[in-house]
Design a binder for this molecule. Structure first.
Ligand code: A3D
Length: 319
């Protein structure tokens, strides 16, 4: 059987890391697409030349032509601009909306059967716009944010408790941004919910609150340190986890920006929710019950995303 084909639209920091991880994990052959001449070709060749030492079998190529993504099984979209210090994710809206238009049309024309994972910010609005421009089925277009946000939360918690991050599960809902909703009640160490761990004296409520805030600010923390761009290792790893679940029909339960129609009181809207990712794409949106405070935070987050979607409609009247 032929190897799956993975098209990476955008060969910048995240795109290059995605290509490397996809090759190392032998998820399939990789095509890197970028408008910047030489960058996708150079990264593809460099990674291919690491193959003999890393011992993977995967073909890598770089291109400026959408024809070369033809028949891709998965497309991961990072095309656009990333944040610099002082910029919010929302500052990127106008520039990246135009990029989503060309990418959406390129995917529709050459890889309409693909499972599409958007990473470009502002995430929840860009994944919505990409779906609109591409016209692909809603369950085949999603956004990566929740896996990364919950990975950051899990890392901070594992560090605080001095336990393996493998035993820490964490739950993050809502939009990717300052209004994201880390759900403490549904986050656990080996099944023990965080509020119980506070009662058990493993940590204090103050420390837990600080970790929640650090999770919300996780992207900005990296931007502040790097100064020249935003996070790329963890974002790429998160998207690869989602792609792998699709390609291998793993049916992982992963939080991602998915189209929610009916659940959570939403009628046709992209927002971060727990989902099941398998061969059908987003096979299920998992609806959990929220208490009053959680619902208020979720509603705030949804309203922030709605504002961005309205801003997109104001910029491009084909939407
Ligand atoms: P960067 O290294 O700048 O790469 C972006 C690439 O896109 C560059 O190589 C550009 O040449 C290319 N590009 C620009 N316009 C087009 C186009 N029209 N078609 C094809 N390629 C194009 O950025 P990055 O890889 O660090 O980040 C990529 C995106 O991911 C940015 O929008 C970030 O804000 C976003 N991001 C999202 C998360 C989430 O958790 C959602 C995390 C980190 C970064």
């Amino acid at each position: 059987m032929a190897r799956p084909k993975i098209a990476l639209i955008g060969a910048g920091q995240i795109g290059g890391t995605l290509a490397h991880l996809a090759a190392l994990k032998e998820l399939g052959d990789v095509v890197l697409f970028d408008i910047a001449e030489g960058i996708p070709e150079g990264k593809a060749l460099d990674i291919a030349e690491s193959g003999p030492s890393a011992k993977f079998d995967a073909a890598l190529s770089g291109t400026q032509s959408y024809e070369d993504i033809a028949g891709a099984d998965v497309c991961i979209v990072t095309a656009g601009v990333a944040r610099k210090p002082g910029m919010s994710r929302d500052d990127l809206l106008g520039i990246n909306l135009k990029v989503m238009k060309s990418v959406g049309e390129g995917i529709a024309a050459h890889a309409p059967e693909a499972f599409v994972i958007c990473i470009t910010n502002p995430l929840d609005a860009m994944v919505w716009a990409l779906r609109e421009f591409s016209g692909l089925p809603h369950e085949k277009v999603c956004g990566m944010a929740g896996v990364l946000d919950s990975a950051r939360f899990r890392h901070f918690l594992a560090d605080e408790f001095n336990v393996s991050m493998k035993d820490v599960t964490a739950f993050v809902l809502g939009g990717h941004g300052d209004t994201m909703v880390p759900l403490v009640r549904y986050s656990t160490v080996a099944g023990i919910p965080l509020p119980d761990l506070v009662k058990m004296g493993w940590t204090s409520q103050e420390k837990l609150d600080a970790i929640v805030q650090r999770t919300r600010d996780g992207g900005a923390e990296i931007v502040g340190l790097l100064k020249t761009g935003s996070a790329f290792y963890a974002p790429a790893t998160s998207a690869i986890e989602m792609a792998e679940s699709y390609l291998k029909d793993q049916k992982r339960v992963l939080p991602c920006a998915a189209y929610v129609d009916g659940a959570y009181g939403l009628n046709g809207f992209y927002v971060g929710v727990p989902t099941v990712i398998g061969a059908g794409g987003i096979e299920r949106v998992v609806e959990i019950s929220m208490n009053k405070d959680e619902q208020t935070m979720f509603d705030n987050s949804v309203n922030a995303v709605k504002g961005l979607v309205e801003a997109c409609k104001g910029i491009d009247n084909s939407l």
